[in-house]
Design a binder for this molecule. Sequence first.
Ligand code: BGC
Length: 553
Amino acid sequence: MTDQPSDPHWWRQAVFYQIYPRSFADSDADGVGDLPGVISRLPFLADLGVDAVWLSPFYPSALADGGYDVADYRDVDPRLGTLDDFDRLIAEADRLSLKVMVDIVPNHTSSDHRWFQEALRAAPGDPARDRYVFRAGRGPDGALPPTDWVSCFGGPAWTRLPDGQWYLHLFAPEQPDLNWDHPEVRADFLTTLRFWSDRGVAGFRVDVAHGLAKDLVDPLRDIGDVRGYDPEDLPEDGSHPLWDRDEVHGIFREWRKVFDEYDPPRIGVAEAWVRDARRAPYASPDELGQAFNFDFLNAPPSAPALRAVIDGALSAAREAGASATWVLSNHDVIRHASRLALPDELSRADRETWLLADGREPVADRALGLRRARAATLLMLALPGSSYLYQGEELGLPEVADLPRSALQDPTWERSGHQVKGRDGCRVPLPWTRSGPSYGFGDGGSWLPQPESFGELSVEAQEGVAGSTLELYREALGLRGQLLGDEGLEWLDSVGQPHAGVLHFRRSNGWQCLSNLSARPVQLPAGSEVMLSSGPLTGDEVPPHTTVWLLWP
Ligand code: BGC
């Protein structure tokens, strides 16, 4: 077990780096990233200046949903390594003063999980089925699903077995939903939390945290499509049958007791798509301690919209007794260098259409996207709270929108009847070198094809190059480490002239951040010293789509 320093609040303003293990680094030339690959690149991450890594699932999995279909919560997929590799990873991370957080997927298992296999072998009505959600169908012969629920990846949320019963899966059919009213389910996850905590992990990112508690009292209620809902449309009183029910908090209070058995206490961050007003309990110190807030990622890049989101997130975090979380990219969304290259008025659905058109229509302005992405990143890293970076954003990688259809692996593609291309475009393996097989990802090619543009975006091509996105991230993370003080933020409303397209705020230690999100240049505040800029400045002006960090002597 790792000898972690015991500052119980280390996470409050930490920078986390999300590793999607299949796509990070491949040590054994099978085209798939693995834990030894991660170990070999940890020095790069320490040098980048992040505090912690979050590993997306590396557990045994049939990869029906990129590893979020877990067959065994307490092992490593043989293609990705062994438990010994995991222990070496923790030891190496520890040596480099990096913490490690793992992903836990409690809403559903893989259909390969021993519990589900046992349930399949059992007859209808057998207690072995009670760990999941099995029901008889409706209509003559029970041939219709028990409800009209549509799964998050498209298609019905129920699958029928040859014996006539149906089982629930809010995601792919290979991801049967667990029944969290079952004591064995609850107890087993506590065992899993201890298993990884004993091995030295610092905490857990909790997948679909808002989904565990469901109203499964018969008769089940029809509600239709459970995809792409706007969390603000969920009921205020927690009465939705599937999402954000009050009972879920009892589960996380139990988890907290386990977290607090360790020194420092283990941490949790909830992936909870819930109303802003109902996020606080997930993030409270009695429960997981933090909750992702995706409003920052989804906000239009305008100063008033972002300011409202920032204020909302900071006050919600304060109310919860947590620190705020900031995210611009992850393994589920279009990379921000591309998102910000598209016209602002596009809705999420329009962006799906853009992917379906292989990124041709509307035309993405790549240079503008990168410029805005760098500005957004410096803004994010200046905010109080934790930032969660996604692998490859430090290289300014774009979404690979034109992946050939034959290469697509995201279940959304098939389940939507080829109407939604899915999330593979942000999961393309990382380029480490300018050339060579898979640009240094590994010697055996890469499980998703990399575009040629990856060579010039590689770590090798950017390392030591002044002004490169990689060096910008390094400088920003280094400076942030020196400047961080308390979690306060004070808005400064007039920069020479009042300007509606500007976000300008002060942190402690004389640190100020000014983002010019407008189309016009803005005068630098007199008397300030520029420490870092997301793009070149023109004299004493901050050009459009640029963020500067200022020091106020
Ligand atoms: C994860 C996704 C996954 C889904 C089902 C999410 O929110 O981030 O990648 O497909 O949960 O596990």
